[in-house]
Write a protein that binds this ligand. Structure first.
Ligand code: AP5
Length: 187
């Protein structure tokens, strides 16, 4: 199974990944987690990425692409059950790069799962979480960036016939059940 989780910051993608991994045995690549690990380790890459993350802007393409290429090739070669991408792609350039990369290794996407959640609910959730970039100003900017750069991917993947929408509000368990209903079809 090869899937992308698509949705605004705080729409609950990360929250659902453990259950998806447990049920379907896929591996995950989450660009936000990879970037935060680089920042925590104080690497050059982390130092370059940090100001963008603090401001809620997208980190430059070259940084993210290098990480994804390495992560994805390793996963595709080591886990026959497939992979799930969380936080990537984030704009059209990343989506096109992903298509090329997956075509090269002959592992096209099966499905893109779009988490649909109301923005006001998202702001409440993120203010309650308290990660370094979860202050109101940065959250609002992340949502602006999402609207401008990431939301067009809904159309992009709809045109490719890959998009499946899941209502992302309600309890974590109820959302998990909706996700299973979609993913069991392709498992
Ligand atoms: P990233 O790490 O991807 O963070 P984000 O965009 O803020 O998205 P989240 O991971 O917070 O959202 P989520 O949907 O996973 O929500 P979660 O499950 O955690 O990116 C961070 C930064 O890194 C970006 O701003 C950018 O700078 C950079 N970056 C990352 N990828 C990049 C890329 N590809 N290109 C360029 N730059 C990139 O849930 C959120 C909260 O809600 C949690 O507290 C959770 O407990 C709660 N919650 C979840 N579900 C529910 C529910 N059903 N009911 C109540 N609360 C819930």
């Amino acid at each position: 199974m090869r899937i992308v989780l698509l949705g605004a910051p705080g729409s609950g993608k990360g929250t659902q990944t453990d259950a998806i991994i447990a049920r379907y045995g896929v591996s995950t690549v989450a660009t936000g987690d990879l970037l935060r690990a680089e920042v925590a380790a104080g690497t050059e890459l982390g130092q370059r990425a940090k100001p963008y993350m603090d401001a809620g802007e997208l980190v430059p393409f070259d940084i993210v692409l290098g990480m994804i290429e390495n992560g994805l090739k390793t996963l595709a070669a080591t886990n026959p059950k497939g992979f799930m991408m969380d936080g990537f792609p984030r704009d059209l350039a990343q989506a096109e790069a992903l298509d090329k990369l997956l075509a090269k290794i002959n592992q096209p996407l099966d499905l893109v799962l779009f988490f649909e959640v109301d923005y006001e609910e998202i702001v409440k959730r993120l203010l309650g979480r308290g990660r370094a970039d979860d202050n109101e100003e940065t959250i609002r900017n992340r949502l602006r960036v999402y609207e401008e750069k990431t939301a067009p991917l809904i159309d992009y993947y709809t045109r490719k016939g890959l998009l499946r929408t899941v209502k992302g509000s309600g309890t974590i368990e109820a959302i998990g059940a909706r996700i299973r209903a979609v993913l069991d079809e392709i498992a």
